[in-house]
Design a protein around this ligand. Sequence first.
Ligand code: NDP
Length: 262
Amino acid sequence: MTKSTSSAAIKTANSVLKDKVAIVTGASSGIGEATAAALACAGAKVSLMARREDRLSALCESIEKEGFEKPIYFASDVAKPADIERAVKGTVEKFGRIDILINNAGVMYLGPVEGANIDDWKRMFDINVLGLMNCTHAVLPHMIKSSTGHIVNVSSVSGKVVSARSAAYSATKFAVGAFSEGLRQEVSSKGVRVTVIQPGAVATELTDHITDAATQKSVKNWVAGMRALSSEDIANAIVYAVSQPPTVNVNEITIRPTDQTF
Ligand code: NDP
């Protein structure tokens, strides 16, 4: 766990999520890493998914070292349905249930439509949209069987507002919003809640993977020019949403840095 995402930074250990079992996708860095630590800090048993096994293993050790229940992890690619099935099955085998799914794994290949690498578009939809939908599909029977569950989908301000060079990324995040709203209407009567989180600029590794060099440079400059959010700011909002009483469904949280105007 990096210094910035230490669960110590989340501050207050408590047991508001005691006995809850949470899966976090994209837990190897940034928002997912901080959210996994925050959920453990609030008493949850946590199951981690991402591709970088070394990072997941280190996070499990770090959380245990801080005195919280050691998470389990599954080195997994959310673009591969077999990996998702293995992680969900393994989580139920280990912890007996799934109460919370944090659909956080994502990539952001920003850039102009003209001349875009269409493989980037496919990869973004495979991870940001189908990965999230397939994780939801895999956990839903377990939640419906126990008449309780909470699915948190990490979208973006780009899921509300579109700008030049974010057409394709925004398309994936608008899809997350549409899927989440339809899902909420279907499953709320079965005790399952759905929350969409829409962060603005958060200082993470996300911009490192932008493949269009000019866009990467300008986005990095834009983020560096403001007091960006930390991953813990988003983790705190997620813990707030999943800690509400079962009768309360926080549908949507948009969080921008104070310095971000659009
Ligand atoms: P990071 O790059 O730090 O984290 C992305 C996470 O997603 C990593 O853990 C990565 O793990 C995981 N991931 C990527 N591809 C896959 C895959 N195929 N299978 C499994 N896991 C995968 O960025 P953030 O923390 O910023 O991003 C998290 C989410 O927040 C994303 O959905 C992003 O769109 C959203 N968001 C971020 C904002 C920001 O400003 N940072 C703003 C708005 C939304 P690994 O590489 O090990 O697989």
